[in-house]
Design a binder for this molecule. Sequence first.
Ligand code: GUN
Length: 294
Amino acid sequence: MTLIDGKKTAAEIKEEIKAEVAGYIDEKDFAPHLAAILVGEDAASETYVAHKESDCKSVGMTTSIYRRSKDVLDSDLLDTIDFMNSDDDIHGLIVQLPLPRHINVDRVIDKIDPAKDVDGFHPVNIGRMVLGHSTYLPATPYGIMELLRRYKIETSGKNVVVLGRSNIVGTPLSIMLSRKANPGNATVTMCHSRSAGLKEIAANADILIAAIGQPGFVTEEMVKDGATVIDVGIHRVAAPGTKSGFKLVGDVDFEKVVRKAAYITPVPGGVGPMTRVALLLNTLKAFKLKTGIS
Ligand code: GUN
């Protein structure tokens, strides 16, 4: 069994990015700049944005955070995006989700300049991804593709089962893995809450990707011997007797499934760090596009 070490792989990629950014700072005296819009005071969003900021700083990138109150008007938010779209010093622009319910998320995402949409959420970039054109890939699928690539896990002709059909993980990942590319060329089945026979389908997978959002959902019987198991979930569950009183677990019952899998990602330290580094890769790409570096 090989543990797919996302933490180590992400650290290696960060070193590569840091070296490249240092070169641009030497040569051009400016660095890639990621700007984030944070609306309201959602605790999880605060943490995610703080991570994004520290990740950028750790590789020499510039960041800025534009805070808006939870009562912000749609029109003010759209104006802020307009302003940021036209600021040549900003290369990547993200709006942290979720947004308060009164805001139309689709209109907000549509407003982001696709050239700056380093989350890869804009319909233009999703269209480009579907067609296999160069674009910004959404961070979690991008990070998973990078793990498959770097661990040389064969996907061509394999049965891949993706559990979950979210717009930011299950759906784009299913498309990427079925495209004529490497990684890719897989036979992909995407399962969701209405799928009949989900357990049997999962048990047939050469590569099983769990992005269903339920702790420990994937049990031993759902995994074929020798399968690759990628766990996208991250949940805080009570752990009496530990110092913090909780532990982090994924969508996979790791202790049991690890006995059957040939490759498996741990939680934490698997997909999570790769998701974070993927945003840096996209920001670097946006910077290179803007400055004409190929
Ligand atoms: N909220 C949860 N994940 C994400 C993400 O990848 N990007 C943004 N902008 N918001 C999120």
